[in-house]
Design a protein around this ligand. Structure first.
Ligand SMILES: Nc1ncnc2c1ncn2[C@@H]1O[C@H](COP(=O)(O)OP(=O)(O)OP(=O)(O)O)[C@@H](O)[C@H]1O
Ligand SMILES: [Mg+2]
Length: 251
């Protein structure tokens, strides 16, 4: 593959495959994400959503296929190299650096080559302000509530100055008020910065309100792509996902 940007896509995934022994966890996945889009990845438990994120971010190697990010092939690249190209993620289970304060967690994220600000402290505070955590800058990260940990994860990812932010179930484990707040935060971030976002989520109502396009997976395969409206009435999605839980119900 050439290193030239491909059309308007920030991310191009072509025929990506990952097997764990006999389990084909990601199967011939092909998808594109355009600059500035919020694209949702939908699918039942075990569909391969997190594995797809792990492949994109270099946490695990793919068996076959190609990922082109901002014109660069990611083949064989380690996670930190991919972060340096401008892809950042949050985890399904929050992983703060225990023993570090909230602002120190964010500062760690800003140590890469993408960040040139002279005053990293001021930058980190600004990021904490953006996610609503400025007042807790000096709090030890292990004392944060689950909702605040989600905010910290997002600030830490933003600290790397990403072009693409991957969010793996940002509402997992949160009550409805916090879900509403984090959802508003993601929407605001997108509005303010034009950041491109790829979002995995099971909370369908908030998910469908946030994303402009959905890629639906089942058993590792893309079964449908389209607008949220088209996806919720797509026969294969209803069969694979919505049929196993009432629409709007949380997994
Ligand atoms: N490192 C691994 N080794 C073996 N099997 C794995 C590994 N990681 C994931 N799997 C399996 O691959 C399949 C896809 O898992 P994955 O975590 O990607 O699903 P998911 O769509 O993110 O599900 P959930 O909605 O529950 O988070 C599952 O059957 C899972 O057990
Ligand atoms: Mg997952």
């Amino acid at each position: 593959m050439s290193d030239m940007p491909q059309g308007d896509s920030l991310l191009r995934v072509q025929n990506l495959n990952k097997r764990f022994g006999g389990l084909h966890a990601v199967k011939n996945v092909t998808l594109d994400v355009g600059h500035g889009e919020i694209v949702g990845i939908l699918g039942p438990n075990g569909a391969g959503k997190t594995t797809l994120f792990n492949l994109l971010t270099g946490f695990i190697p793919s068996d076959e296929g190609e990922v082109i990010f901002n014109g660069h092939s990611l083949r064989g690249l380690k996670p930190h190299k991919i972060v340096n190209l401008g892809m950042a993620r949050t985890f399904q289970l929050c992983r703060p650096f225990v023993g570090l304060s909230v602002i120190e967690n964010v500062l760690v994220g800003s140590l890469g080559p993408r960040v040139h600000d002279a005053d990293l402290g001021a930058r980190a505070l600004h990021l904490l302000d953006q996610v609503g955590l400025a007042a807790k800058a000096d709090t030890p990260s292990e004392l944060l509530s689950y909702g605040d940990l989600r905010r910290l994860e997002i600030a830490r990812a933003l600290a790397t100055d990403p072009l693409l932010l991957l969010l793996d179930e940002p509402f997992a484990g949160l009550g409805s008020a916090e879900i509403e707040a984090i959802s508003a935060l993601i929407r605001q971030l997108h509005r303010d910065t034009g950041l491109t976002i790829l979002l995995i989520e099971h909370k369908l109502r908030e998910f469908m309100q946030l994303v402009s396009r959905v890629v639906a997976l089942d058993f590792g395969e893309v079964i449908a792509q389209g607008t949220p409206e088209a996806i919720v009435s797509h026969p294969r999605v209803i069969e694979a996902y919505i049929g196993r839980q009432a629409v709007g119900e949380d997994a």
